[in-house]
Design a protein around this ligand. Sequence first.
Ligand code: PDD
Length: 294
Amino acid sequence: MTLFMEKAVISINGIITPASEAKIPVLDRGFIYGDSLYEVARTVNRTPFQLNEHFDRLWKSSSLCKMPFTFSRDELLKEVLQTIEAFKKNDSQSEVYTRIMITRGIGEMGLGKSAVQTKNQRVIYCKGFEPISDQKFTRGMSLCFSSRIRNDRRALDPAMKSGNYLNSVLAYLEAEERGFDDAILCNAHDQVTEGTTFNLFAVIKGVLRTAPLSIGILDGITRRDVIRVAKEQSINVLEEPIHKDELLAADEIFITSTLREVFPILKIEDRSFEHPGPITQKLRIAYREWAAQS
Ligand code: PDD
């Protein structure tokens, strides 16, 4: 167990325990069918960051997943804040990673609602995490194109942040096998959608490009903020489909996510970049400054 794990805490339906002791019934639908939703939030300077935005997206997922919640926003917020505080008591330094997981509930075999007891299960997992250091940023990461396509919106809408992550897990395992750090998923038309756990941006002919939400991606909270910050910096932003060949010819590529903020890609298939590009660096700084103030 890592040091972070030893200090980690988990709240299950409001009851906080050390992570190593937390248990969930086998008949939970999250375990059996991946019938669950989740969010990953973090602290900035040990203060909860953008919980409102994460809650908004969780409630949007609830509607996309036809999973009405049997608890209120205030109840969940209270539990999340309590779990973060419990972790902070165990660890006086680290930033806090917070994973909020909601399952449809405990039930019998069978897909219908009648097989489910009426209550959702709420699980909140808090552990420490290290924000991306300058050294890590400079090293960047490598990406390959997965041979697997992103789930089509009509199959399993990627806008719904569900616990069923097999589309991403299998793409990640393929990247690992091929010696890359992570993978990008395209759609059936070879247009870039997003990565396994991140959104993707590219600088192409001086314009900052990213796939539109309509292509079938998660509405990333960092993606939204980076688009806004880029516009404030007078950078031209275009939310339009990017063909994988255009991405291979881009001047800069970076990813965005809650945990990795703005993070450079220094290798994509057999194309390499020497350093994080100037726009990537500028946006990382501008995003961090904004995040520290909000
Ligand atoms: N991942 N796309 C996917 C498929 C994701 O899983 C995530 C987040 C993002 C970025 O969204 P945001 O900027 O709101 O974090 C995009 C989280 C961090 C995770 O699963 O750990």
